[in-house]
Design a protein around this ligand. Structure first.
Ligand SMILES: CC(C)(COP(=O)(O)OP(=O)(O)OC[C@H]1O[C@@H](n2cnc3c(N)ncnc32)[C@H](O)[C@@H]1O)[C@@H](O)C(=O)NCCC(=O)NCCS
Ligand SMILES: Nc1ncnc2c1ncn2[C@@H]1O[C@H](COP(=O)(O)OP(=O)(O)OP(=O)(O)O)[C@@H](O)[C@H]1O
Length: 196
């Protein structure tokens, strides 16, 4: 079955675009969401995170202390590399398990990941889509969605490949701007994938 990766910088709108594909019946694996789930449920991963970032990485009820971890890793590339090395292999395994349950009647699947190219997981996909948006739009969207400062968004952007780097690695593009219809662009790609 055809596997399509989909990525984009923070706030580019990749999750929003994936919701449109879902309305067409296309199953989407949300790597960032799964990462957050297994960081709570996978006991080996939980132990690794506590060992590396301290017991305060989790609240008393077992939920993840996102702010604590974000403050460490988005201010220090070595700490971020440690987190990625713990989490990403577990997400790869979860993707393989997820794929096994997809019915063969499905024409293609999508893997949505913020770090598709950075983590190397694009290699597990046949083709890859990049969602782009202007920098000012991305900043404004994330500041509003997550109630964070511009500096906090920029710190994350700084840890991801630039759009130029990602453009060189992607096969398809979706421009998520007010000037272009996302739905039209999704329908166009959907048709291309059905005809492959
Ligand atoms: C550090 C954590 C706890 C911060 O949680 P928080 O709720 O503030 O952010 P959230 O997970 O919703 O991520 C929002 C966006 O931040 C960016 N981001 C997240 N993790 C990373 C990372 N490792 N490197 C660069 N950017 C990242 C992405 O654009 C992502 O979509 C969380 O992001 C995390 O657990 N990250 C590690 C898992 C991971 O690498 N996920 C991304 C790919 S699977
Ligand atoms: N075309 C659009 N018009 C209006 N709002 C949008 C549009 N695209 C995305 N948004 C909004 O911008 C915010 C960021 O979008 P989304 O969460 O899809 O981005 P993302 O690329 O998945 O971000 P992240 O990497 O942070 O997970 C959301 O609040 C979303 O509702």
């Amino acid at each position: 079955m055809l596997k399509i990766g989909i990525t984009g910088g923070i706030g580019s709108g990749k999750t929003t675009v994936c919701k449109v594909f879902e309305t067409l019946g296309i199953p989407v694996f949300y790597a960032d969401t799964v990462a957050k789930e297994i960081m709570i449920t996978d006991s080996v991963l939980v132990a690794g995170i506590k060992d590396t970032f301290g017991e305060e990485s989790y609240f008393g009820d077992g939920s993840l202390n996102n702010k604590h971890i974000a403050a460490i890793v988005f201010n220090n590339v070595d700490e971020l590399a440690k987190l990625n090395a713990l989490v990403h292999p577990a997400v790869f395994r979860a993707f393989e398990t997820w794929e096994k349950d997809i019915p063969s009647t499905v024409p293609y699947t999508l893997k949505e990941a913020a770090l598709l190219f950075e983590s190397g997981s694009y290699k597990m996909c046949d083709q890859n889509i990049l969602v782009t948006s202007p920098m000012a739009v991305k900043l404004a969207r994330v500041m509003q969605r997550d109630n964070v400062s511009e500096a906090q968004v920029l710190a994350r952007m700084d840890k991801q490949f630039s759009d130029e780097q990602k453009m060189a690695m992607a096969n398809y593009f979706i421009e998520n701007t007010e000037q272009k219809s996302v739905i039209e662009q999704v329908l166009n790609l959907h048709q291309q994938f059905l005809n492959r």
